[in-house]
Write a protein that binds this ligand. Structure first.
Ligand SMILES: Nc1nc2c(ncn2[C@@H]2O[C@H](COP(=O)(O)OP(=O)(O)OP(=O)(O)O)[C@@H](O)[C@H]2O)c(=O)[nH]1
Ligand SMILES: [Mg+2]
Length: 369
């Protein structure tokens, strides 16, 4: 039996087995096996000389723009960035990943127009697989849905899920320590929705013989498998609904209903017209918020704070990380820093490298000469 048939057979068995306490461990073993086989298939096809899209990550953060053909990705990329991507009224106008740079609040945010993500891409059809690997390296996924094709969301998010991308969830708290002997010991937190035996089966199937494993938080069986496999990518996502210039006011309710059907709160979605450049400020704001970027104004001796070109960091990054990003020998020569602004208890508070910064802090670094 070939790998594809094996995968299909496991899928069928999972689908046919009713899920209850007595079958849970068995299903856990099957899911673990399925995940391993799928990884094997992925490795095999990427070893086949797929060139991938070598898009170099630049800027302060990277956003993957995902949508069906003709959703308006290129139009949006051109509207938000310096890119000049071809726009066409036929599908698959764009065939490669097109980068553009979005400048917002002094941050350079790389936007990648990811084309051709269609049903079956994760199964290796077309160039979908290479495209999916680009998304895995991003910091945020923006779904661009045509207002007339909200259903695309289900297919797109399914593709991402199949390619080990988890959206809007935090990594499951599964901690595994290998040991020399003694079998598998499981410690479960109170909110874990599976039995210890099931966790053991998942680990055994994945090749563990002796290990201590602890699971905490609100984790289900899929979460356990994800945690044990450990190669899933966890990303936030935003839904943008495009072509709103074409919708009749009476159709708005239908769009909202369609969104709700796919588990998207219409209040959380951003409505835009890429063509007429409407709603773009709101979209920039959402991208900024979801990326959790912060601006730090560097106060250089004799020059005062630089409000024009802030140092852009992620929320909760520290003074030490600011030094790293500034580069040079600043990290080694660091003595202390002074911070004013939201993270400071008072103006010019003296802090060390561990101090966590916040948006619009003013930072002065005092270094050895
Ligand atoms: N009315 C209207 N048309 C739009 C809007 N955005 C894009 N379009 C049109 O939709 C068509 C497809 O736009 P593209 O930007 O090429 O779409 P794409 O998602 O890049 O498509 P592919 O490259 O084929 O994947 C073009 O004819 C655009 O002019 C919009 O907001 N309103
Ligand atoms: Mg395009």
């Amino acid at each position: 039996m070939g790998l594809e048939e094996e995968i299909e057979a496991i899928r069928e068995e999972i689908a046919e087995t009713p899920y209850n306490k007595s079958t849970e461990a068995h299903i856990g073993r099957l899911k673990s096996k399925l995940a391993d086989k799928k990884d094997e298939l992925d490795d095999r096809s990427s070893a086949g000389g797929g060139h991938g899209y070598a898009v170099e990550k630049t800027g302060d953060a990277t956003v993957a723009l995902v949508g069906m053909p003709s959703a308006g990705k290129s139009t949006l990329l051109n509207a938000l960035t310096n890119a000049e991507s071809e726009v066409g009224d036929y599908e698959f106008t764009t065939l490669t990943v097109e980068p553009g740079m979005l400048e917002h609040r002094g941050a350079n945010i790389q936007l990648l127009d990811v084309p051709g993500l269609i049903e079956g891409a994760a199964g290796g059809r077309g160039r979908g697989r290479e495209v999916l690997s680009v998304i895995r390296t991003a910091d945020l996924v923006v779904f661009l849905l045509s207002a007339f094709e909200i259903d695309a969301y289900a297919r797109l998010s399914e593709e991402l899920y199949e390619n080990k991308i988890r959206l809007d969830e935090s990594p499951p708290a599964v901690r595994i320590t290998r040991k020399g002997k003694g079998g598998i010991d499981v410690t479960l937190g109170p909110d874990v929705a599976v039995d210890a035996d099931t966790v053991k089966e998942v680990l055994r199937e994945h090749g563990y013989v002796n290990a201590d494993v602890s699971v905490s938080g609100n984790v289900d069986l899929d979460g356990i498998v994800d945690g044990v496999l450990g190669n899933r990518v966890y990303l936030p996502s935003v839904v943008a609904v495009n072509k709103v210039d074409l919708i009749d006011p009476s159709y708005v309710e239908t769009v909202e209903e369609n969104l709700r059907e796919h588990g998207i709160d219409p209040e959380e979605a951003v409505f835009v017209s890429a063509e007429e450049r409407k709603g773009l400020d709101a979209l920039r704001e959402r991208i900024w918020d979801e990326l959790e970027l912060i601006r730090v104004y560097m106060d250089k001796p004799g020059r005062g704070p630089d409000y024009e070109e802030p140092l852009v960091l992620r929320r909760n990054q520290t003074v030490g990380e600011a030094c790293e990003k500034l580069g040079g020998e600043l990290a080694e020569r660091f003595r202390f820093a002074r911070v004013s602004g939201p993270s400071a208890k008072h103006d010019d508070q003296q802090v060390g490298k561990d101090h966590a910064l916040e948006d619009e802090d003013v930072l002065r670094i005092v270094a050895r000469r």
